[in-house]
Design a protein around this ligand. Sequence first.
Ligand code: MSP
Length: 655
Amino acid sequence: MDTARRFYVTTPIYYVNDEPHIGHTYTTIVADALARYHRLIGDEVYFLTGTDEHGQKMQRAAEQRRISPQQLADQVVENYQRLWPALGISYDDFIRTTEARHRRGVYALFEKIRRETPDALYKGTYRGLYCTGCEAFFAPGQVTDGVCPEQGHPVEEVEEESWFFRLSAFGDRLLELYDTRPEFVLPVTRRNEVRGFVAEGLKDLSISRSRSQVSWGLPFPGDEQHVVYVWFDALTNYISALGYGQDGAAPLYARYWGEAAGQLHLIGKDILRFHAVYWPAFLMAAREPVPTSVFAHGWWLRDEAKMSKTRGNVVKPWPLLEDFGADALRWFLLREISLGLDGSYSDEALIERTNADLSNNIGNLFSRVLALVARHEAGTVPAAEPLVDEELGEAIEQARDRYRSGFDRHDPGSALRALTEWADAVNRYLVRKEPWRREGREQSCARVLRTACEQLAQLALRLHPAMPQGASRLWSSLGLGEDPAAEARPGQDLLDARRWPVAGSSVRAGERVFPRLDKKKLLGEAAATGSDEPTAGGAAETETEETGMIDIDTFQQIDLRTAKVVACEPHPDATKLLRLEVDLGTEKRQLVAGIATAYTPEQLVGRTIVVVANLKPAKLRGLLSEGMLLAASGPDGRPLLLSVDGDLPPGSKVS
Ligand code: MSP
């Protein structure tokens, strides 16, 4: 019996007049994360992307380069087809609108419209303004200063014979669609916007361009003097890729369009009207089902400003991939904003976000647990019965739910936040259970480590939609194989499993899966090699030198921890020094400190102090000091120790 749900997710098809930028990258990464999540929960998934290759914009870009539009398309499409695998994009199909299968789909849709709603198409004269940048028509009242209201591109006056689609006849049906199917336009604010636009009354839509003006397009069916308007052509990709219009049966169309599946068109907010008004109207006229949802996401700005070629501030994905890697780029774009809102891209923000979440939080947790398993359990996850205490149990349940509901609402940002909270909860659990204090409690330490490893497996599995490469590395460091999604099957929800058979697997410790991104090196180098645009990083470094101020990232390089003094004695060779033994949670360390004038050893044993845990060891009068305790000079010049409030366990991070 076929019980799997079906999920069809699409990106917009991208214009190939220019190379991909961060906006294209974003939509495609979000679509990929959703596709991978749905595969994990056992849905049958079909993920489509592709390129939009016809139209005036393409024609002009090719003319400028003195090549044919087809040559331009062939060159630029390669850039996309190389980029997506480098970013780990798992699409099932890539459609180009210059392919014969697409042309057949467009013609089939026209034919169906003519058959089902004969008066939907008529010939008239179009008088108005055309924006080649948006490939859109505007009424004179919408345009001020000769630029389009959407993006500020220049518009031109057009007066030509044209084919029209009777959009005005579809207003009521569209309003009914928005009202009866609130999930059709997401997020809700966008639905209100679209509803308002339609409620004001729709004008008929010109759906052809005169061949004398635009030659690069599909000949209009039955009228060779015209070419099909590029948006009618482009929108049809969502069904032509499923075989709509091909001879014989179209099994993919039957499987993934209409009620047999849920469809999600992911788009940017600038192209919402085309998807939420025109597209359903075309489908209604053809009596074909409309998709389940159109989700309009926000825009990425560059350092708070809109990106544009003229400003020269367009962020390109290739240099980012080289500098930061696919994991960091994907994580940042997915995690930084809630889908639907605008985000501001900066290299600093990417580095800070990924260092905080991946390197410091999730990566550190893995290193910590795997090091303990390596040291105390000979590198094999113990088979002892897991030991989930109430606090951990509650935190896990909450994080599980938030992760799932985030993805189910198409909001990877909140789903991923749940994972860092999950990792925090496991870190707190370790601090509570102290699996490094082993004397006489080996069995309970083994249970704690087994529990922690199970949580690591749960985390690695759930990281897969966001970072397939990083998740695979985590999975294999747990000794579980190469790919956390290897077991994904339609009808089987991998996220349901509460336990993973981790017991007995051989872990690989000592490897940093998410190395810290070195801001200074990366941003400094980027400026030195003269990359596209100067980064703010260079300026920040100079500022540090000039003002003596450091940024938060520099501060965070200092690993401050609480430590409990477990033993103390005078230094054998120096009257002002004491030798302390401190418990740092994960290990014991020896410190040598110049505090003998203020404290006796007896006053210190049992106290919790603050130490710099990542200071290079140094010898003080022949004794190695593996860290430094924090103290301030009191009024009489004697050093007074910093102490902590409450009952903080050793090893707690001070920040
Ligand atoms: N070809 C049309 C889409 C046809 S779909 C049937 C098109 N192509 S595009 O290449 O110009 O843009 C594709 C997508 O990139 C759009 O969803 C657009 O919103 C998105 N972005 C372009 N710049 C963007 C940002 N700065 N930030 C986020 N996304 C942005 O439109």
